[in-house]
Design a protein around this ligand. Structure first.
Ligand code: ADP
Ligand code: MG
Length: 262
């Protein structure tokens, strides 16, 4: 489903953030990317969301080379990815409910669906009672749970979390990880970047470790983790409808319509 092939990324400043990165993540896998600050974790995330492009190699999602896709397709790619950040990135002027609803509004979801789904997702993260509160009225752990609700509400194929527990105490970190784990158990692929090894040790999942932009450990082969089989040994389960075909068609239709309208 996700593949990095010989990926290298050098920032314009000349810093080589990633060197010869290669790995495969199967649909439904849970992967930790660990490494100390500056090792390249966030850069790897930014390549998956097309916030940055690699200088060398390819990043593939469902066989599509997203390192080469046109700018206009990027929003369609991002619809299928739920993002979670260390600093939550909630909208302060909106309530908990509105923060989550907004993620559905911007992808054009119908109001009826929004009104049905937002309360369900808020219950899932244990915040139904706090729907009307503002982010500033919540604890850090609660704010991160709102961010998780927002990330999952459009039912993405992938959840990407960059240091999700970086601002949280150990208790809250544990409940955030448990929540990500339960989302993964319902079939969503989850990638969590962290420099906090205590979080990783408890979970017993696949770990890729970066050091100065290189993979120095990928313990999938050791049978420790969610997918001990090597690629090719078992057919990877593909999502029923690979989304990009549809997304690309939608973009084409929209572009054609814009031409007609002009
Ligand atoms: P991590 O998330 O593991 O802390 P990053 O991917 O943020 O690592 O950074 C990897 C390296 O790339 C670091 O040396 C960092 O200073 C550098 N870097 C990150 N972002 C930029 C940027 N926008 N411009 C230049 N250098 C960057
Ligand atoms: Mg980082």
């Amino acid at each position: 489903m996700i593949e990095f092939r010989g990926v290298g990324m050098t920032y314009p400043s000349g810093i080589e953030a990633l060197k010869e990165i290669g790995f495969v993540v199967d649909p439904g896998e849970f992967l930790f990317v660990i490494g100390r600050s500056g090792s390249g974790k966030s850069t790897l995330v930014k390549l998956l969301t097309c916030e940055e492009r690699p200088n060398r190699g390819n990043v593939l999602i469902d066989g599509y080379d997203i390192s080469r896709i046109e700018r206009r397709y990027v929003p369609y790619l991002r619809r299928n990815i739920g993002m979670i950040f260390q600093d939550f990135r909630l909208i302060e002027t909106k309530s908990v409910y509105e923060n989550v609803a907004f993620a559905m509004e911007i992808v054009g979801a119908p109001g009826k669906l929004i009104r049905r789904r937002v309360p369900i997702v808020l219950s899932t993260v244990g915040l139904k009672d706090k729907s009307d509160m503002r982010p500033s009225e919540l604890s850090g752990g609660e704010q991160q749970r709102v961010a998780i609700a927002r990330a999952m509400v459009n039912n993405p194929m992938l959840i990407l979390a960059d240091e999700p527990t970086g601002n949280l105490d150990p208790g809250n970190s544990e409940s955030i990880m448990a929540l990500l784990d339960s989302i993964n158990q319902r079939g969503t692929t989850v990638i969590v970047c962290t420099h906090d090894s205590s979080v990783v040790d408890k979970m017993r999942r696949r770990v890729i470790e970066l050091e100065a932009g290189r993979i120095v450990r990928d313990d999938r082969r050791s049978g420790y983790g969610t997918a001990p089989e090597l690629p090719g040994e078992t057919p990877a389960e593909q999502p029923e409808e690979p989304p990009f075909e549809e997304m690309a068609e939608e973009a084409e239709r929209r572009a054609a319509q814009e031409k007609v309208d002009a």
